[in-house]
Design a binder for this molecule. Sequence first.
Ligand code: NDP
Ligand code: GDR
Length: 342
Amino acid sequence: MKKKALITGVTGQDGAYLARFLLDQGYQVFGAYRRSATLDTSRLDYLGITDDVEFVAFDLLEFSNIVRTLEQCKPDEIYNLAAQSFVALSFEQPLYTSDVDGQGVLRILEAIRLLGMEKSTKFYQASTSEMFGKVKETPQTEDTPFHPRSPYGVAKLFAHWANINYRESYGLFGCNGILFNHESPLRGLEFVTRKITHKLAHMATHGGEPLELGNMEAKRDWGFAGDYVKGMWLMLQQDNPDDYVLATGQTYTVKEFVNLSAAALDIQLDWVGEGVNTQAINRKSGEVVVKVNPEFYRPSEVDLLLGDSSKAKSQLGWEPETTLSELVTMMVEADLKRVSKI
Ligand code: NDP
Ligand code: GDR
């Protein structure tokens, strides 16, 4: 009998990579997607696995729908990747974000309990380094105190503790993966890495207006999404449920990510100015490639993320396999292919 996995947020970046990983492991994969006029399978198409996923309509806001989905699929493992995942948007839509990312998780946990599935179904929750927020110590580990700096981070922290509470109260096999930023050619265009690689690839091919960014001094620990989904799975294969940090242990500024992306396109940049006047100039052509648009600053920022995933390494045998420069090359090449078709 094949093991059955239910992936919520299957149309997202991680959902697509995890679906491929679990299919490769021989799982029957139920892909829970948010129903709308059209089902966007573009990421699953990119990986060539759309026909292998069994789709089920699912919304984190709808309790009865969650109960019916669990009854229908009877999964051995649930991976809850669905979320309003864009931090900047959470400042504009804090109530919606808390409903989806916070209470939505509680709805799944309650559905598991209501159906008496807490001993037969394992649960993975997509927690995040965004919960660390204001820097207390680096590198950040499972024991670093949390201080979220966005409505998104606050909602995710609620979900994180709710999962721990159901583990302690009802014996649920619930794991939280505290994942640091992970990117790929399938990353949404709003996130800074993909915004950079896509726009620079477009400028290199077609020209156009400069790339506009916000705070370029923010530091992030960026890994490759394809590596991280394996860590999610490993967490649910252990004898006991626990929480784990997944990270690369390296941190870079947004500006450094711009430089690496430009270099992959054979563009050398000279940086001038400071703060809102910061600009990057193409050394050869003298054109402005990057400038600041204060619209992209956040009301409160997470300045520095740097994770220590030694617990995942020693207990799960998990390590990131892709370097940042390999990741940047992969993203730039994929975007060059895409923009060349325009
Ligand atoms: P994406 O934004 O790419 O995917 C989010 C998914 O959630 C989409 O499939 C989206 O569906 C779905 N979704 C949104 N709202 C609902 C809802 N109300 N009901 C059901 N589904 C919904 O995110 P990622 O793949 O990058 O991230 C996966 C998870 O991991 C998220 O929970 C994110 O917060 C978390 N995370 C991500 C990190 C990263 O660096 N990528 C790091 C740490 C945590 P639709 O296609 O309809 O919009
Ligand atoms: P983040 O990712 O907020 O860390 O959340 P994002 O790529 O949006 O921002 C990273 C950093 O870049 C700065 N920045 C900009 N960000 C965006 N999006 N657009 C810009 O123009 C821009 N300019 C500068 C941001 O201020 C920030 O400091 C991601 C998401 O995947 C979450 O769901 C996940 O939980 C965390 O990573 C870990």
